[in-house]
Design a binder for this molecule. Structure first.
Ligand code: KIV
Length: 323
């Protein structure tokens, strides 16, 4: 049985039904989810996505049945401690993408194109997107922005790389937007976001992240486009949801303001604090390590001496362990 955070317990076959997959009792590795398969999920079942930045966590997310793992440039904030995503370099993003992309089979791994990796020329956008595929082992990339980004998006798609769009609050535009603010509250802004959604879908994106927009607008976009919408702070009507892993696990650095759309599914920050405090206490008191956590030396063999055997040198403790 697999525990779920609301206290309910589901069997693995319940979970398989929730994924829309047949339970696989053969032990065979699951079929990889591709961008076209994610696109086909629209209207069938909701898509569960999270960010991932390293191999061990990515494996846990795969085993928990996540559909999409986004190697998000939120990495810069939640792992590297910055106050925005703008400093995430392409080299750094590709290294983390490779850790995630090499670790999992079933989830679709999407590389998040960082600031300035697609804003100059379409050629540069293609070369940079290609690094996520070739070096980062991703099967798609995500690009922030609406109509202004269409030349870059078209060029990446022309290079056979699936693109996930991202509109609403686009954190790489934080300075232009004047902060991390809900977008599309006014009618004209909402209409522009809806129009951007249609244009991106016409260009060929396979899914669309809607970040921090009113729930009514997200519902309208979801109804208007034939590809899945993946919401973050965009209400319940989207075809899927994504959160930043560190936020939902209670790992956001102390003092960070966590947005109201984040539901805390665990308090790992406190769990880690308790564990390492106990460890420090036990090291200082000598309670750790115990005898069971230590190694013994081999008992010394009584030496069989003949007159020809030279008297051995006395052995130090270290050499008796090694030798
Ligand atoms: O960088 C990121 O993690 C993201 C998601 C929150 C959508 O862009």
């Amino acid at each position: 049985m697999t525990p779920i955070s609301n206290g309910l317990h589901f069997s693995t076959s319940h979970l398989a039904a929730a994924y829309g997959d047949e339970p696989d009792h053969s032990g065979a590795r699951a079929k990889p989810l591709t961008a076209p398969r994610i696109r086909e999920m629209k209207g069938k079942r909701r898509i569960a996505c999270l960010t991932a930045y390293d191999a061990p966590t990515a494996r846990i997310l795969e085993n928990a049945g996540l559909d999409v793992l986004l190697v998000g440039d939120s990495l810069e904030m939640v792992v590297y401690g910055a106050s925005d995503t703008l400093g995430a370099s392409l080299d750094r993003m590709v290294v983390h993408a490779r850790a995630v992309g090499s670790a999992v089979t079933r989830p679709l791994v999407v590389g998040d194109m960082p600031y300035l990796s697609y804003h100059t020329t379409p050629e540069e956008a293609v070369r940079n997107a290609g690094r996520f595929i070739v070096e980062g082992r991703c099967r798609a990339v995500k690009v922030e922005g609406g109509r202004k980004r269409l030349p870059a998006i078209r060029a990446i798609l022309d290079a056979e790389i699936p693109v996930m769009g991202h509109i609403g609050l686009t954190p790489q535009s934080v300075h232009a937007l004047g902060g991390f603010k809900v977008q599309g509250r006014k009618r004209a802004d909402a209409m522009r976001i809806l129009d951007d959604a249609r244009r991106l879908v016409d260009a060929g994106v396979f899914a669309l992240v809607l970040e921090c927009v009113p729930a009514e607008l997200a519902a309208r976009v979801t109804e208007a486009v034939p590809v899945p919408t993946i919401g973050i702070g965009a209400g319940p009507a989207c075809d899927g949801q994504i959160l930043v892993l560190h936020d939902m696990l209670g790992l956001a650095p102390g003092g960070t303001r966590v947005p109201r759309f984040v539901r805390r599914y665990a308090d790992l920050g406190n769990a880690i604090h308790e564990a390492v405090s106990r460890y420090a206490l036990e090291v200082r008191s000598g309670y750790f390590p115990s005898e069971a956590e230590s190694y013994e030396a081999e008992p010394e063999e009584p030496a069989k001496r003949t007159s020809a055997t030279p008297t051995p040198e006395p052995r130090t403790e270290a050499s008796s362990l090694v030798g």
